[in-house]
Design a binder for this molecule. Sequence first.
Ligand code: ATP
Length: 341
Amino acid sequence: LTRMYGPLTALSNVHVDVMTALVSFDRVFEVLDLKPLIRDREGARPLDKARRASDEKVPSLTKAPQAPSIEFDHVRFAYPSADEVSLASLESIARTDTAPGREVLHDVDFTAAPGRLVALVGPSGAGKSTITHLVSRLYDVSEGAVRIGGVDVRDVTLESLRAEIGVVSQDAHLFHDTIRENMRYARPDASDAEILAALDAAQIGGLVAAMSEGLDTVVGDRGYRLSGGEKQRLAIARLLLKAPSVVVLDEATAHLDSESEAAVQRALRTALAGRTSLVIAHRLSTIREADQILVIDGGRVAERGRHEELLLQGGLYAELYRTQFSHQRDEERQTEPLGAE
Ligand code: ATP
């Protein structure tokens, strides 16, 4: 097994890239001919059918489908051990910081109401990313359940689950390909008009229109070099094209200039509106807008509430605010106020 570590680590990067691109994960398994640890249960149903049959309030047929709730019901979780060879466990092989089998989430219990924004904050290694991984069922919980729209994610097909969830990671990965093809990773049958509309809504349409080759412009490391903020907006445009009802977002930590920052914030506001969102939040502006902030510490929800309430408590959140976010408060004063369109 030791000799496999190098290639396995490389494969785990493939996994991450594919995840970022919102592409079907299953294709990777097919190509590598590995048995995934996480797969459809016998009798798994598409999520929308399962939701209709569940107890959660069913929207009438005349209304557009509602965004679902996300529920963590007393979730405990340990990363799988290295000998469970599958793509899902490759990441744990690549990381040596946690002994496999050590529980990293202890009794995590919360509900993100339909269409609402829940912000996860907390120190490094607290378990924020792990929580977001469980929503798309990259791993199965050890105890408890994760439910979307009242349905246990283990009871629905992975394809239908992941079609419902838009994932945006910190570093938007772009393939060395045209903007059109980078967008189509989100939805292969998207027309140019739909792609352009998504780019506009993500505040990047103007830039693409100004490029001499427009949608045919090749981006990526060896192509047109987009700035950090532009890449983020392209990732948001991809999300809008996919139009998922659930969004899992790891907000970028990289500092952007204030103009780019304001454009990203505007794009995000469009992208998250009406969708149930779980955001690993690094921006004070996002945290302030959150309907619920969960302060994660040592694999537990240490505090929960809205910004002002948590500040008044004078606990961990207040401490994080002082140490991590107060400089952003000063910067915000110099930029466009939130809520201004
Ligand atoms: P950060 O803010 O630094 O990204 P986080 O709050 O997102 O941290 P997680 O990445 O969820 O924290 O990590 C929670 C715990 O799980 C840590 O102890 C971490 O070392 C461990 N861990 C994370 N990913 C894996 C993995 N793939 N395999 C094994 N352990 C992991």
